[in-house]
Design a protein around this ligand. Structure first.
Ligand SMILES: [Cu+2]
Length: 485
């Protein structure tokens, strides 16, 4: 299906290719407001007790699955804090499987490297029975998440994720807020066995990934979420699935994107927006009149798949035309494009990966090829961690602190790759395939034959992971790191 996105164009900064049609925009969009000031200096404490907790979520249809979660109280901890607050986290690994280590990555947060939660780079992984403490002050407002960075396909697949919301970015109050969290579950839709299906398969890893068969939003199948009628409702939409890439759209209501990966943008209409694993957008939706319904859809699925409904009720809160209020500007430093150094990254499959993908096409269902080494993907022909996470290859690039860089990602493979960079936020420059409005992102979602460019100031010293967030691609080679000296 040709997506609506493919028909859209924009006047993004420094496009590689100018296309004729203008992208839809609001008549007089308002730019993000002044950078917010920290308003408090509290310490927020977070206890993460990682353990297996079999439970039945609403989407499981009465079945119990052996979830791995951070808390006995909720399957998805949500931390709300104010800009300026410190987050002190005590992590305990109470998993009982031998050698099932954990570490916590704070996805999208531009925090110091020693808090980044990557095993063998920022810390040793935390063994069963052991604990670890994190402490940092998030520097930005917005919508973020955390997840483990060990055995991630399975650990995230079993449920180990949480959200961090740093408040203080609204320039005008919206009428209401909802958090929508998308994910699949690796369970058989008809089976009764209280177990998960495989999280990582050779066939999946060499292709688009192993998808869960059950889709959920907020742990429900196609939930109906109550919202006030005729109101401007802020929606924080998260894709926390380890694999699936969504093409998110909304039918039945006007909507504006006001932030991408936590960082404010000049509001622009939501047509559709591609969201890889761990990507977020903040929206303002003008909800329908009393009794009306608006529906979130995924257009990457043939014919479109329903994700969730917003059901409006009450007297309309607003009657004037939709003019979404912007958020406060991000404090991400503006890259100096005139003096930036460009570094190219080629995203490709390995010979083994290509062979396996071709075999899978010829022999559907083929899997478990007894491969001694599963290395299907590479960045600039280099791979990690085929011989162990702890054996670090050399960095993909060494950057000078304070200087500006342009990263150019060329996807020469047959699959989508959302490339996530730790510790920084990219300024999107443009692409030969998808000209998107100006925005910041911590993940560059590339499609086959796409050449996408982003820029940033290397202002955070450390060894920062650069990897595909289709977790099976990451775990089969598409992973490296960038050194900022
Ligand atoms: Cu990938």
């Amino acid at each position: 299906m040709l997506s609506r996105r493919a028909l859209l164009t924009s006047a993004a900064a420094l496009p590689l290719l100018s296309l004729a049609q203008p992208r839809p925009s609001f008549a007089n969009p308002r730019n993000p407001g002044p950078v917010p000031k920290p308003t408090s200096g509290r310490t927020v404490r977070l206890e993460l007790d990682v353990a297996e907790r079999p439970q039945s979520l609403p989407c499981f249809g009465g079945r119990n699955l052996p979830l791995w979660t951070f808390s006995p109280d909720t399957p998805l901890p949500i931390v709300r804090m104010k800009l300026g607050d410190r987050l002190d986290t005590h992590l305990v690994n109470n998993l009982t499987r031998a050698n099932e280590h954990v570490s916590i990555h704070w996805h999208g947060l531009r925090i110091p490297i020693d808090q980044d939660g990557v095993p063998y780079i920022s810390q040793y992984p935390v063994a069963p029975g052991r604990s670890y403490d994190y402490s940092f002050v998030p520097p930005d407002t917005g919508s973020y998440l955390f997840h483990t960075h060990c055995n991630t396909a399975e650990q995230l697949g079993r449920g180990l994720a949480g959200l961090i919301i740093v408040e203080g970015d609204e320039t005008e109050p919206y009428d209401h807020e909802e958090v929508l969290v998308y994910r699949d579950w690796h369970m058989s839709p008809d089976g009764t066995a209280p177990t998960f299906e495989p999280f990582l398969t050779d066939n999946g890893a060499a292709n688009a990934g192993t998808f869960g068969k059950l889709r959920s939003v907020n742990f429900q199948v196609e939930p109906e979420i109550a919202v006030p009628a005729g109101a401007d409702v802020r929606i924080r939409f998260y894709n926390v699935d380890p694999t699936r890439i969504l093409e998110l759209g909304l039918e039945g209501a006007e909507a504006a994107i006001i932030a991408v990966d936590g960082m404010a943008v000049t509001p622009f209409p939501l047509e559709t927006w591609r969201m890889g694993s761990a990507m977020r957008i903040d929206l303002v939706v003008r909800t329908p009149a009393d009794g009306g319904v608006a529906t979130f859809m995924d257009y990457r699925t043939a014919g479109g798949a329903v994700l969730a409904h917003l059901k409006a009720s009450g007297t309309p809160k607003r009657t004037q035309a939709f003019d979404p209020a912007p958020l406060a500007a991000s404090r991400v430093a503006a890259p100096d494009l005139g003096n930036a150094t460009t570094i190219a990254f080629e995203l490709s499959s390995t010979a083994q990966g290509s062979l396996l993908a071709a075999d899978a096409e010829r022999f559907p269902g083929i899997d478990s090829l007894c491969l001694s080494q599963k290395t299907f993907w590479s960045i600039n022909k280099t791979t990690w961690p085929e011989t162990g996470h702890e054996k670090l290859p050399p960095p993909l690039a060494v950057l000078e602190r304070g200087k500006s860089y342009i990263f150019e990602f060329s996807n020469i493979s047959k699959q989508f790759h959302p490339i996530h960079f730790h510790g920084h936020s990219f300024t999107y420059l443009g692409s030969n395939k998808n000209n998107l409005p100006p925005h910041y992102t911590d993940t560059v979602l590339t499609v086959p034959r796409e050449r996408a460019r982003v820029a940033f100031v290397a202002d955070n010293p450390g060894d920062w992971m650069l990897h595909c967030h289709v977790i099976e691609h990451q775990e089969t080679g598409m992973m490296g790191y960038i050194r900022v000296l």
